[in-house]
Design a protein around this ligand. Sequence first.
Ligand SMILES: [Zn+2]
Ligand SMILES: [Zn+2]
Length: 855
Amino acid sequence: MGDDRGSEILSRLRADRRRDRCVTHVERVPARAGTAVDWPEWADPLLLGRLRSAGVTAPWSHQAAAAGAAFAGRSVVLATGTASGKSLGYLLPVLTTLLADPSARALYLAPTKALAHDQLRAVRSLALTAVRAASYDGDTPAGEREWVRAHATFVLTNPDMLHRGILPGHRRFGPFLRGLRYVVIDECHGYRGVFGAHVAQVLRRLRRVCARYGSDPVFVLASATVADPGVAAARLTGLDVDVVDEDGSPRGATDFVLYEPPLFLTAGRRQPDAAAGGRLAAAGPGPGGAGRLTGAGKLAGVAGVAGVAGAVGMAGVAGVAGRGASVGGDHPTRAGAGGGVATAAEGTEGDDGPGAGENGAPVRRSATAESADLLADLVADGVRTLVFVRSRRAAEVVANSARRALGLVAPELGERVAAYRAGYLAEERRDLEARLRSGDLLGVAATSALELGVDISGLDATVIAGYPGTLASLRQQAGRAGRSGQGALAVLVARDDPLDTYLVHHPEAVFGRPVEATVFDPDNPYVLGPQLECAAAELPITESDLELFGAASRPVLDDLVRRGRLRRRPAGWYWTQRGRPDVDIRGVGGPPVRIVESGTGRLLGTVDAATSHSTVHPGAVYLHQGVSFVVEELDLEESVAFVVHAAPDWTTTARDHTDIRIVGQTRARVVDRDLAVYFGTVEVTSQVVGYQRRLITTGEVLGDVPLDLPPRHLRTRGVWYVVSDRLLEDAGVEPADVPGAVHAAEHAAIGLLPLFATCDRWDIGGVSTALHPDTEQTTVFVYDGHPGGAGFAERGYGRFGTWLTATRDAVSACECPAGCPSCVQSPKCGNGNEPLDKAAAVRLLTTILGRLDGP
Ligand SMILES: [Zn+2]
Ligand SMILES: [Zn+2]
């Protein structure tokens, strides 16, 4: 036991030979002793007494350092590991101040309601009656809100509520804002991309409104370990911040396992029982069937993991592959445009990849199915285990499969496994959290809703089903396990995705490199414009405010005046419209499309406007909690899709046509006359032109149905490289193979970019073409999937050589013969993953890299 707990669990798992073969690397992360220091002299004695009786005898060095800076009035970011007790770093100064000064106020922001509620419980458990702490979010009853505004001294909320509720209603919050001394921003690394840019501007609005009420709060930020936390915190708040990133807390040893599920070399479409892809194969005999799935022979088969979602993508699609034609519009659509509408049921979260090799390619057993097995086996062994999955649907699937498997051998254990995800009612969530803390639940399958700091301890193992997108997240999730001082096990299970494949074969990329930087761009005009409207609606914007909102704000304000959104008066810029601006800080362009059941009017869910054409077009099969619906009508004007309950025996896959135009170059790197790399503004035009129906059972194509949907335009930032015919010749890529080579290289590059920027493949898109009209040469584009850009493509330009090296290595490392979802196939290809030429892509990338190194 003790420090070897992780090794001990691992050796039991590896006793199963099939499991053992899946382990590609074990990293032993050593234990670390803690550095305790004295309590700061200024800390309130009553508070210290309560902390001591709660078992906190002394602070760790990083807690004291951050608390000291904040109490001295300096904004600070505390960037240390999971479970390092970051909350004490801000609670010490905040609670001490609230206890000492009845007029003082503090605001706490968490990215999720669940985390804010958890913090509220922690604060209330200290029983400091002089601190009136309350949450203020969408769950707060109207009657209570008034009490919070009038009486609470410590308000716990989220950026959405700050943006929609508190700032627009600042007059009602006057006394609170007047007394505001601290703003705590927890889990601040979560504010990235376009969401990060919005939150950065929301915080500037807060600072401006506070200044109007005469307050100038200190910001205390808590972050996971990310690269340059001080830079990200300063960008987020617009302030200079101190950085505390030396972790003084103790840590048990962790056995960290990289794990790759087996590859099936089945000819999927020819075998009815395997036709639904790797996932359904878990249901029965045959490859991946019952006998092979059981760990140590304890459990008899895990059935029916995520069947239908894997059923798409068997047969070839006629590619528009001719030289000169754009091939491969790969859209940053979260719901998986080309990945089949079955995966679209989620709407907001990337699912588990296509689960089936397209065009008869081999498939890897899905990370979801494999993780469900691991969960069942670990729970059967009495190991308290948390499985992190990427989608709500996968959380349900993993929990159900593990329960079912356990039910066969130990029904009482099945009861102790549950799913935890966003979308549950607040009471359900709290109940699950309590059961998890108490140990009543032995196994939980969770989305990242649980990653975000909810306080749970006493776990022995974490299983991470698919790389969560960033090293910061990976470490955060792995760090969930480990009872005080004891060792723990963490397992990263690879998805069939090029990035995951790369990582499980390159441990140095997981353990030997710094975490990525949190990337966002507060100057994105598509964020700044709506945010300045919100600001003007709160209080007119004056000349002196422009410094706060940044240099980019003046041209944006001029534009808003030109468009009649704001009016320029001598005293400043005024909001002229009736009502308030309607800005969704988490949205990606336009209001979401509601999915409504015809007849009953029941709201089933929503999908992003950007993905709606490909996921809820007329005729699309839409899955909601395992029940299938068919879309009758997509009303674009009202942003609503009407569906009827139906269970056709086919799935649907949207097909689209994409064009990309270069608007302007911002940066260029001309390597030689055969190769150049650019970063700049692009305009992407895509149109869903039809969809394909395929039989669930065999993957057989039933036919194409044309659609008449308008094109969608996206002006954003992109990185692109241009290669000459001579370079292609050097690489041994025949003219006829160019479209397949660049398309494959583009897919893999999209898959690997998240290694360098805090994004995932669903945030970025790509287009590859053998002859682009703007460059008149072979060109591969990768672009940010958000209007105005989000910083990802820019990062790709900055790290071009490293990025392409990783891309080439991932593709060449995959042992499949001619391309599979683990290397060059993409779950979101709008072109049916046709054409793809894996070998030519490797030759092309290698030749490009040779030129970059250059003689
Ligand atoms: Zn594609
Ligand atoms: Zn492959």
